[in-house]
Write a protein that binds this ligand. Structure first.
Ligand SMILES: Nc1ncnc2c1ncn2[C@@H]1O[C@H](COP(=O)(O)OP(=O)(O)OP(=O)(O)O)[C@@H](O)[C@H]1O
Length: 433
């Protein structure tokens, strides 16, 4: 029997002859006269089987690694982002290392206390990055869920100034605001701890997943959100009298929905640390809410908050995102982005008011009067001159009047909590309905 040809053993099945023909002595041979012994054939089969097993193993390992990473990131289950936890923890820890000033946790009234280390040990999932820093959802070992905002290189004065400002913000408590529950201050790290809002932001419920199959935000819910947000902002404006506290960053990502779908104003009082950037085309999505008198970098006031709130009402009415409206080349925007109030004014001037409203609202009956009423409030809030704008306390009353004639439950879809997570404190007061 001829010895196996090594080149044949090393070859793949595709290099085998399509057909073998018996030679004179009855042995098989390859077309082109290369001989193939049974041993060689067995060696090829075993070799190829080994390669197949190896490739399968590699593929298995690759897909398992991907799957388990997704599980950790919460995409395939409820586990939290481990990588974020490491980034978040290690950086926060660094501030507590020798050579750094050891910071301290400060808690406000009625809050279950925990140590910084508890917070650092918590599983963290990034919620998003904003102008002031990065927000995380953190689940503490005892099951409490909090939102942690890690302030980025904020222009925070000294420790005393920061602590005084936090003391003002931490005192504020109302069913329509997201309360600051605690903070951590160290030279290299500033963390703010808030109640976690499980139902996301108005931005998400209004603009997320637009398109066929999406459940639209019904009219009664929009009106309820407008009323709740107005109450929250009016409370912020009146809470520190005679000091005129401003929010400074009213926009739909800062109107959060609690577990009952109640609107809560978040992120108030932080603009003192990070002044708004100039209104250029590259400005962030908050630019569409900025009052004209603040565009040159002038100071934010309660009246500029009212303007931003008016834009928010227009957003609820039109379903359009103020910083991403297609202006059809008509100009009148911030560096190419349309100015929603001016677009609405021009449409109303042409007596095409019905064109303003979100098409998704057309399915609800008998709401025209209420929509026009809210539109009038929005236009008053976005008046060019700050003096012409109403106060937030007046806005609350006007929205309540509209809601007095509203109230057909058939408009309301209801709002279910998406999380049963316990929060740091239990609000005992009744929220705005
Ligand atoms: N307490 C909270 N509970 C639940 N989600 C939150 C909470 N705070 C913030 N978020 C969400 O985290 C994301 C990032 O928020 P963040 O406030 O850092 O940025 P932003 O609102 O986009 O911009 P800005 O910093 O200008 O306010 C947003 O989607 C926001 O809705």
């Amino acid at each position: 029997m001829p010895a196996a040809n090594p080149t044949v053993v090393a070859s793949s099945p595709s290099s085998l002859p399509a057909k073998s023909a018996p030679n004179k002595s009855g042995n098989s041979h390859r077309v082109g006269s290369t001989k193939m012994s049974p041993e060689a054939l067995i060696a090829i089969i075993v070799g190829d089987a080994l390669v197949l097993v190896l490739v399968s193993l590699l593929l298995y390992c690759y897909f398992w690694r991907n799957f388990s990473t997704k599980m950790r990131q919460g995409k395939g289950g409820s586990k939290l982002l481990e990588t974020e936890k490491i980034v978040y923890s290690s950086s926060a820890y660094s501030s507590a290392q020798p050579g750094y000033e050891r910071g301290r946790m400060v808690f406000f009234e009625g809050v279950k206390r925990f140590e910084l280390e508890d917070l650092l040990r918590a599983s963290a999932e990034m919620l998003g990055k904003g102008g002031f820093g990065t927000a995380y959802k953190a689940v503490l070992d005892d099951g409490n869920v909090v939102a942690v905002k890690r302030l980025k290189d904020a222009q925070i004065g000294g420790k005393t100034q920061f602590e005084q400002h936090m003391a003002v913000l931490g005192r504020l408590s109302h069913p329509n605001i997201v309360s600051l529950r605690a903070y951590y201050f160290a030279r290299e790290e500033k963390l703010l701890v808030y109640d976690y809002m499980p139902n996301g932001s108005l931005f998400w419920v209004l603009h997320g997943n637009r398109g066929p199959g999406r459940t639209p935000l019904d009219w009664t819910t929009r009106l309820k959100i407008a009323a709740g947000a107005a109450r929250g902002l009016a409370f912020i404006h009146s809470s520190c009298s005679p000091l005129k506290l401003t929010h400074g960053n009213i926009k739909s990502t800062n109107i959060l929905l609690d577990k009952t779908g109640n609107a809560r104003v978040s992120d108030f009082g932080l603009s003192v640390f990070v002044p708004p950037p100039p209104a250029t085309s590259s400005a962030p999505r908050s630019c569409g809410y900025r009052a004209p008198e603040t565009l040159d970098g002038r100071k934010l006031t309660q009246k500029s908050d009212v303007y931003a709130f008016g834009v928010l009402l227009l957003e609820l009415l039109t379903g359009k995102c103020p910083s991403a409206v297609d202006n059809g080349g008509s100009g009148g925007g911030y560096g190419g982005l349309v100015d929603l109030p001016r677009w609405v004014q021009s449409v109303v001037r042409e007596e095409w008011t019905a064109e303003v409203f979100d098409l998704e609202l057309m399915r609800y009956k008998d709401i025209e009067e209420e929509m026009v009423g809210l539109l009038q409030i929005a236009m008053a809030c976005t008046a060019a001159s700050p003096d012409q704008r109403p106060k937030m306390s007046q806005v609350v009353k006007m929205i309540d009047e509209i809601r007095g004639v509203a109230g057909s439950p058939s408009h309301e879809a209801g709002f279910e909590s998406t999380s049963e997570s316990p929060s740091l404190s239990e609000d005992t007061y009744g929220a705005s309905q």
